[in-house]
Design a protein around this ligand. Structure first.
Ligand SMILES: *[C@@H]1O[C@H](CO)[C@@H](O)[C@H](O)[C@H]1NC(C)=O
Ligand SMILES: *[C@@H]1O[C@H](CO)[C@@H](O)[C@H](O)[C@H]1NC(C)=O
Ligand SMILES: *[C@@H]1O[C@H](CO)[C@@H](O)[C@H](O)[C@H]1NC(C)=O
Ligand SMILES: *[C@@H]1O[C@H](CO)[C@@H](O)[C@H](O)[C@H]1NC(C)=O
Ligand SMILES: *[C@@H]1O[C@H](CO)[C@@H](O)[C@H](O)[C@H]1NC(C)=O
Length: 734
């Protein structure tokens, strides 16, 4: 056994070390540092070798554009992409100079807006400098435009608004995504966020102007931008919904009347809802701008902008409701609002929105502010990289350990077909609970799609795992009662069932009753280790472990004190060592596996997954060996069937004594005698039904059962008990 433990430790240590060593080797083997970017040709430009951290340039922009192309050699001596942000087409350059002529006259704005609309049509912008120039012209148009004073006819206001919106739609076209990316890379990482924010303030100006010139509604539906504007009378009673006729799994924003607590001077309120259908693909990549991703994940929906007029008291009493259609199947949806001014690690803030409901396709949120919103989601993408291969390791570990558990259970069932000792029953209940727990774990841990099922699985796992610990306690209590106190019947199997199955039920029922929403995590159906409910598992489990150790220790102590006082009794009691060993070795292993499991699942560390899987397999093997193979009944059966050696024969014959002799000789205590008679008679019945078993096995099995009665055991052994001849002949003949 010691050899085996040393071997197990060795394997564990080896496993712990092996995945780490290649990593450290790789990190220490650093590349020789070069200080120059190599010469290279890109997009028809020859870039000379320059030193790290410096610039080089080419006068001569692509095609019709004018200006200078720059290229930067990063400090790690790698080339940045070529910087075309200072190249610009003559058309846009001339429009840009016209922005200086804007003097507040509506027609000037209108013409420039129409020109911009014309110049920004798809494929008209060729370099990132064009995009930046178009965006600059847009800013000039929308910042402090004539809409603020709104001294214009409704036709001009309408045409100007439309020209700006169509320009915006064109600039946000997916065909310009490479230009946006380049802009984010070399010029302004927040470019698109700033663009969205400027548009928001433009919508505010549009709303106030529409209210003044009595335009009551406007809508524009394009392939990547849907706009709806509505101006309400103060007495309106209908919520503003856009798109109003969408399917239940499509985008929809609802602005309830109750958010309008104030009207403007003309007694109007107004709202604008804009769905940006391409924005998420134009956002800067998280490599460039870590702030564009939230810690909770990537953007997984269209971006929606909600603007109210006049600016209402925020946070709203009644929230606006946003329904987002998912771009990709994903877990953990978080509704967030965009705030570029945030100094935190993300431009997205999830503090103002709450998730109302979520399915695999659509998530509904309530938000108490008016701004840009999107759904952030931990995508399955992420999971396929991290979760599935790790799950394969884990599942292999759990399945192998499960096979060991089932094998142990079947083995015990086979040797105990009808005759039941309390010990065998308790062990079987323990194994059964553990097997059910493992099957539940395997089949249910990742059923995160349905929150109710996930929650149920979480609660069930909590119960079953806790129950396993309580069955360990039941084993310790049983050993204590039978061996130290020798009171076999003071606790019946129903008492053990009460301890093993009902006590954890009470714990879990109260925990689940109080905090049922804490079960079922977004990534797996179990309790998060960062969650307080985990203490409803750790607490009772720790208590049970402590009690089990104390009880087992006192049993062992009791066992050794018997040894001192009564050599012969102890010799016979030696057989019970296995019963001690099983829980004493399994319990620490259970603790280790479950601690590892909790951390492996939470931290998704590959090394932890592997160690966890390995300890699971070891645990299964240990249970198989100590509860199965080394079980006295199994050993006895084995010896009786295959025991050719003298020891086996001697063992079985030596301890085989007649039921009658024994009951006659060993009954100073009526209570024990009767209990023993019942044992013996049950034993006889059982083996009578099974003629294949040898008499030797019968006798020794009976004897083993009687081992639990330490005082009664002592007496028959004071003198050699005559073995029944048939058993001996049987034993030797087999
Ligand atoms: C590259 O050179 C241009 C022009 O001299 C300068 O404006 C720019 O900041 C430089 N870029 C870097 C990254 O040094
Ligand atoms: C749009 O551009 C075309 C040429 O590309 C020009 O013929 C047309 O007049 C322009 N329209 C406006 C409104 O500027
Ligand atoms: C509005 O515009 C007209 C001409 O279009 C001008 O006469 C008038 O003074 C302007 N009013 C204001 C308040 O700017
Ligand atoms: C507004 O646009 C429509 C069609 O696009 C046009 O007929 C009308 O003349 C324009 N009005 C003004 C004031 O530009
Ligand atoms: C709101 O008031 C306007 C007059 O100010 C009236 O014409 C309209 O019918 C009213 N609407 C409702 C829903 O009461």
């Amino acid at each position: 056994m010691k050899v085996m433990l040393v071997w197990l430790c060795g394997v564990l240590v080896a496993y712990w070390i092996s995945p780490v060593s290649p990593v450290t080797e790789a990190s220490t083997a650093t590349q020789p540092t070069t200080t120059e970017c190599p010469k290279e040709t890109l997009d028809g430009y020859d870039w000379p070798s320059i030193s790290a951290g410096t610039n080089t340039s080419h006068s001569g922009c692509p095609g019709v554009t004018l200006g200078t192309v720059y290229r930067f050699c990063r400090s790690d001596a790698t080339w940045e992409v070529a910087d075309y942000t200072r190249c610009v087409s003559p058309t846009l350059a001339s429009l840009n100079t016209q922005t200086g002529n804007l003097d507040g006259s509506p027609s000037g704005y209108l013409h420039l807006a129409e020109d911009l609309q014309n110049a920004s049509k798809p494929a008209k912008l060729v370099v990132s400098g064009d995009l930046l120039t178009a965006v600059t012209i847009m800013y000039a148009l929308v910042e402090d435009s004539f809409l603020v004073t709104c001294n214009a006819t409704s036709a001009v206001v309408m045409n100007f608004t439309e020209a700006v919106l169509i320009s915006a739609r064109q600039l946000l076209d997916n065909s310009y995504s490479s230009l946006w990316t380049e802009t984010h890379q070399v010029s302004d990482v927040d470019a698109i966020f700033t663009f969205l924010e400027k548009l928001d303030s433009f919508y505010g100006d549009v709303l106030s102007c529409f209210s003044l010139v009595n335009i009551t509604e406007y809508s524009l539906v394009t392939e990547n931008l849907d706009v709806a504007i509505e101006v309400f009378q103060a007495n309106t009673s209908e919520a503003f919904i856009f798109p109003s006729n969408s399917n239940s799994d499509a985008n929809q924003a609802t602005v309830p009347v109750a958010v309008f607590t104030e009207a403007d001077t003309s007694g109007h309120t107004a709202a604008c809802i804009v769905w940006y259908k391409s924005a998420s693909s134009l956002l800067p990549s998280t490599d460039i701008n870590a702030r564009s991703a939230h810690q909770d994940g990537q953007i997984n929906s269209d971006v929606v902008s909600v603007t109210l007029h006049p600016t209402q008291v925020q946070p709203f009493n009644e929230p606006i409701t946003l329904r987002f259609s998912h771009h990709q199947a994903g877990n953990n949806p978080v509704c967030a609002l965009l705030d570029v001014s945030l100094t935190s690690s993300s431009v997205w803030s999830d503090s103002e929105c709450e998730t109302v409901s979520t399915t695999s396709d659509v998530t509904t949120c309530n938000c108490h502010h008016a701004t840009n919103f999107a759904l952030l989601t931990t995508l399955n993408d992420d999971d396929t990289v991290l979760k599935v291969p790790l799950n394969a390791i884990m599942v292999t570990g759990v399945v192998i350990s499960l096979l060991f558990l089932v094998a142990t259970f079947v083995l015990l069932l086979y040797v105990n077909r009808s005759l039941e000792s309390d010990w065998a029953l308790v062990v079987k209940c323990f194994l059964l609970t553990y097997i059910i727990g493992q099957i539940t774990f395997l089949s249910g841990i990742n059923s995160t799609e349905n929150q109710m099922i996930c929650r149920f699985v979480g609660i069930l796992l909590h119960y079953l795992y806790l129950s396993v610990f309580f069955w360990m306690l039941a084993q310790a209590v049983l050993l204590q009662l039978k061996i130290v106190h020798a009171s076999a019947t003071s606790a019946t199997i129903s008492h053990y069932c009460l301890l093993g199955w009902v006590t954890p039920l009470l714990v879990v029922a109260s925990a689940a009753g109080l905090k049922h929403d804490q079960y079922g995590h977004d990534k797996y159906c179990w309790i998060s280790i960062w969650n307080k409910v985990i203490y409803a598992f750790i607490g009772p489990a720790a208590f049970v472990i402590l009690v089990t150790f104390v009880v087992t220790y006192s049993s062992v102590h009791g066992y050794f004190s018997i040894k001192k006082t009564d050599q012969k009794g102890a010799a016979e009691m030696g057989k019970l060592k296995h019963a001690f060993r099983a829980p004493m070795i399994t319990l620490p292993l259970l603790m280790i596996t479950w601690t590892l499991k909790a951390f492996a699942i939470e931290l998704r560390s590959e090394a932890l997954y592997a160690i966890f899987a390995l300890t699971y397999i070891i645990q299964g093997m240990v249970i198989f060996v100590f509860y199965g193979v080394l079980d006295n009944q199994v050993q006895t059966l084995y010896r009786s069937k295959f025991g050719h050696n003298h020891k086996a024969v001697h063992d079985s014959s030596g301890r085989a004594w007649n039921d009658k002799v024994e009951t006659n000789k060993t009954s100073p205590n009526n209570f024990r005698a009767s209990s023993m008679t019942s044992f013996s008679s049950r034993a006889s019945e059982s083996f009578a039904t099974n003629r294949n078993d040898s008499t030797a096995s019968l006798s020794s099995s009976t004897a083993r059962r009687l081992n639990f009665q330490k005082k009664t055991l002592v007496i028959p052994l004071k003198r050699p008990v005559p073995s029944p001849t048939p058993s001996q002949t049987q034993g030797t003949s087999t």
